[in-house]
Design a protein around this ligand. Sequence first.
Ligand SMILES: [Zn+2]
Length: 446
Amino acid sequence: MLIRNACIVDLAHGTVTEDGFCYIDGSTIASVGSGSMGRAGGHGRHGGAFRDNEEIIDADGAYLIPGLVNLHAHTAMAPLRGTAEDVTPEDWFNKHVWIFEKNLTPQDVYWGTLLGALEMLTAGVTCVADHYFHMDHAFRAFQRSGMRANIAQAVFGVGDDAAQKLDEAIAFTEEFSHADPRITVSMGPHSPYLCPPEFLRTVVTEAERIGVRMHIHVSETATQVQQSLQQHGKTPIAVLKDSGVLSGGTLLAHAYHSTDEDLALIRESGSVVAHCPTTYMRFGDMTDFLPRALRAGLTVGLGSDGAASNSTMSLFRTARDAALLAKLATRNPEEGPVGSILPLLTAGGRALGLPNYGEVRPGAPADLVLIRRNTAAMNPGYSATADILYAIQEHNVDTVLVDGRIVVKHGRHVSVDHKTVYDKNRELVTRIAQHTSDTPMQTFAG
Ligand SMILES: [Zn+2]
């Protein structure tokens, strides 16, 4: 496949190449350049004639960027969008989300995940680190969507059925970790406040035995940190270190209320952080986490979190929130500059162990996005990088490739019927929203 007449934007370095072309061989980028080779379409990567049966996409000047990586999501929560607005984190969990989630069936998770995957793909997100329940059904939805994913079965370390649920998660991880090269699996202990240290140690042993990563929530609120100090005499990050969770490749969702010592521990361990700015903004919480984490040398990617605390699975809006929150929290307009925020849109790929992910260069996976520039919002196009961070709208995403295959064309998924997915999700949220008087599945601690 040849994409030509594209404006290639390197999000990691902020460079822009006009009149660019990109040859794709199977699932990998074979060559990238600009000028006559791409325009003529007559000289392939080997210098030979471009064969008739190879597809040519004329990008018509569109921006070509690497696929975006959502480093922390609960994709199946897409149908819970709008169900818990203007509430505290405690009420969000205990009076809304954890009541609804108790009533989600495995089939609901399939349809919810498919809705979230459609939303992400049509917004240029090609890969997600997903953390939820009934993940065998999420697996099927990601397979159906063509999206790349790392999936973790969420487990709580408290409650009568904790041991049984952990056994099920281990069995799931073993069964699915090699089931599809596009979909990897992690172990997903929920958080240190809902997983005691001895439970976490068991998870670490099992993750090492199976050879997978861990994906966990940590230090989401100041109260969680205070309670950990009271209960364990150390911060949640220190609890993770001492139980072995904090290690190379572990994915930490949030870590928003980390101390400087915590940041140093995270950096030394090689763990990576998924920053989810929109969730905190919804809860009226504001810290200078992102500037501190980047200064401390941490590997940080962006996460949407679930649609019930963000309303969107789009990383463009999440990136914009990350930049603005960094400025607000520090009261410094020079914080969160375009050049430090845009790389976060794809940093999650390497964090998930995908080599060369997030680059448009030979050898990188052909997970690519074409962004139309022929809309008012994308003009006059003075700064491609600033426009991609601040001006872009999701409907500017025209074409999306995963693994060298076109999954979105002209803003629509090529094989999933959007309307069926919308109808199924409307039905399921109408059903589960009736269960407002149930007890929640867990209790959120501050
Ligand atoms: Zn989360």
